[in-house]
Design a protein around this ligand. Structure first.
Ligand code: CA
Length: 174
């Protein structure tokens, strides 16, 4: 197989050889599709929602149906709700360091208890303010330069009512 211009899609068999330009030596060389796949899997990381692989804890939970893990299940139809708190917190702890660059927050949908704003704090000592959180299922997307962390906490700073919580607390990274 010879590739002059990388196509939009490419069907490769594991035994195919690719001719690549090695910019470090200025020469071409042949590599197998298998070794290319090995290199890609070792070097290319795809960020995704990693909240679910962490451990979720919170300042309180309303009951067993509204545990912190309900904010890491990927569904805005399920909620973590605090017990009679206006400004609760929720935290995700990871068993190893993670690189994160985005957090997505969704309030409980249509509840009188609302999380209007809060503060993200990270294990590296940094923090990011989050404002304008809606309670209609829309995610507030918070982006920042990549941080290497082991935990992320979100503390509500401007709640309304009691049993404030979130439907989703998503940490985007790898
Ligand atoms: Ca949920």
């Amino acid at each position: 197989m010879k590739i002059n211009q990388f196509p939009e899609s490419l069907d490769l068999s594991i035994d195919d050889l690719l001719i690549i330009w090695d910019t470090s030596t200025g020469t071409t060389k042949k590599i197998s599709a298998a070794s290319l796949l090995d290199w890609l899997s070792a070097n290319i990381k795809v960020a995704s929602n990693i909240s679910g692989i962490g451990t979720a804890t919170a300042s309180s939970s309303f009951n067993a149906s509204f545990l912190p893990i309900k904010a890491t299940d990927g569904s805005t139809a399920t909620d973590w709700a605090s017990l009679n708190q206006t400004n609760p917190w929720i935290q995700i702890d990871f068993s190893s360091s993670k690189k994160v660059s985005q957090v997505k927050i969704a309030d409980r949908i249509g509840q009188s208890a609302r999380c209007n704003a809060g503060t993200l704090s990270f294990s590296d000592g940094s923090s990011v303010a989050v404002t304008g959180i809606l309670n209609n299922g829309t995610y507030s997307i918070v982006e920042f330069a990549t941080k290497t962390i082991t935990w992320v906490r979100f503390t509500v700073t401007a709640g309304t009512g009691t049993n404030v919580g979130l439907s989703e607390f998503q940490i985007i990274g790898y």
